[in-house]
Design a protein around this ligand. Sequence first.
Ligand code: NAD
Length: 362
Amino acid sequence: MSSSSPLSFVHDSLRQRVVFDSGRAVEAVTEQVEELHIRRPLLVSTRSAHAVAAAVADRVAPAAHRPDAVQHVPRRDADETTALAHESGADGIISIGGGSATGLAKVVALRTGLPIIAVPTTYAASEATPVWSITDDRTKRTGTDPAALPKVVVYDADLVSTLPRDLAVASALNALAHSVDSLWAPQANPINRVFCIESARALATALRSLAEEEAPDRDGRRKVQEQALYGCYLSGVAFGSAGSGLHHKICHVLGGTFNLPHAATHAVILRHVAALNLPELPTVADDLATALGGAEAGAALHRLYREVGAPRSLAELGMPEDGIAEAVERILAVVPAGNPVAVTEENLTALLTAAHRGDDPA
Ligand code: NAD
């Protein structure tokens, strides 16, 4: 197959059911458990999802419950939860919470072959991807496997309504990072680009409303959250198809090595990687600019960041300045082939230094 033709590519469409059903997460999960003939679900949740997890447990009588998933999937948690699945005789997994719950469920699914019903409470979008991760000794490993892709996703906008404003903004920017990074990721193609651009449009619109201090009425708020979930889902589909680009490789290293908050780290890094790569992709950059509501993509991203009060620096997230050199060394070892700009120790150090200080990208 020639790589010279722009219409020469390979695209896999992944099989997954998505249910959007605001206000009905518990009922929708119960229906999907029945459809998948799951009798003994393992429940995996984050602490913040305690109430909805308890309501689901009342309906589906779980075989076991792991209620304390944390970010980056520490290996010990993965081992313990896999053992829990085996010991309890679980025949399916229900994950309820942010990307931490989904991520833990994915590693257990990978090891056991159990189907996942994912119920997200953030905009992480992990539920829409076959990408798994596990962290061991300050090193986050990731991989892609269809067994890690949830069989069903249930989106209920009411579940994201409890996110504090700053976390909602950071999380939606994490979703936007999937969309933007997928534009130059290793398997980027014209099909997943459609998802990237539409998700960027939906997320940029929703982000501006999510960031408003004065909430509209409940119905208005719900519509915004539904739009954000719609954009988040599309961003996950794009990322699951296009693979991890430079932005994700950088964030995986920072998250795994320094245990930084996942969503905010993505939010800080995104505009720096965009400033590096977008000038090499003028057509794509034009499409992204339109999606973000501006004439030029970099400037439109800056404006969006200002409007929504996005997190700006790695320092404020707790990364030590003397960690930059170690991060650069680790990232250089995993830079994706085909990044539109050659990544060197020099430009990567400059990028991380600017991101650490919160400077605007060069
Ligand atoms: P998270 O799940 O840890 O949630 C962040 C914080 O918000 C936690 O303290 C959580 O308890 C709280 N929270 C979650 N939902 C809430 C709600 N509705 N109301 C109030 N508080 C709430 O973090 P995350 O950013 O959602 O996900 C991060 C994890 O997901 C990381 O481990 C990351 O690697 C993984 N991830 C994976 C992929 C993938 O494709 N594999 C994609 C995105 C994220």
